[in-house]
Design a binder for this molecule. Sequence first.
Ligand code: CIR
Length: 257
Amino acid sequence: MFTKAITRKPCRALIDGISTAMFGEGTPIYEDAIAQHAKYVETLESLGLEVTVLEGDERYPDSCFVEDPAVVVPEFAVITNSPRESRNGEKYEILPTIKEFWPEDRIFYIEAPGTMEGGDVMLVGKHFYVGQYERTNAEGARQFNEIVTQFGYTSSTVPVTEGLHLKDFVINLENNNLLVSPVMDAQPAFKDFNRYVIDPDELYAINSMYINGTVLVPQGYPKTLKLIQDLGYPTLPVDTNEFRKIDGSLTCLSLRF
Ligand code: CIR
């Protein structure tokens, strides 16, 4: 059960966010991003979460994607280590907020040469699947494993071969249900789950977000929306169009705990 979330407003420098344009082209419009972010926060609040909203940080174009500089569960928090120069400093900016919720002896750090971003970390029960690719390396995953096992969690790595983060291609909807890309569908690590394969033209909607029984779904993906509704979940559409232009999606915009 999530009770809290941390978010950060987009900044004007958002237009310089890293983009592969894998899900949509164009330059984000700041004012629209601000409006969409406010709606996102409102949606989380409507589900009972107490949301901390940090101010935009112009030094870091991608800093609204707070999921990446930290991984959090109630027992502990891990400050990650992005290999991207324009993102690495975000870890220092999220730390004071993390310290408001976790005592110092429950905060851990991925250290160089280890790299990691939270978008690569998917929790199912007490097991973390860690995507390994551009942003999270083997050493980052190794350090992470050492941290989480102290608290009765386990972790394993999954190769990411399609794009940015693990959670762009597989997401946990609880109840043993995963939304997956065709590539993740074939991934042995996920063979025991109920896997729902998302059409290639709706891949962006894999990154839907389960919050306490309800699923937030990016607006504009009718097939995925119907699939999730047919599974019996109440759904809430959320417009993330401006964030999509720089590879951002629903889970990236918050830390939930
Ligand atoms: C980046 O490339 O780092 C950002 N433009 C997008 C980050 C998205 N984060 C996520 O999926 N957790």
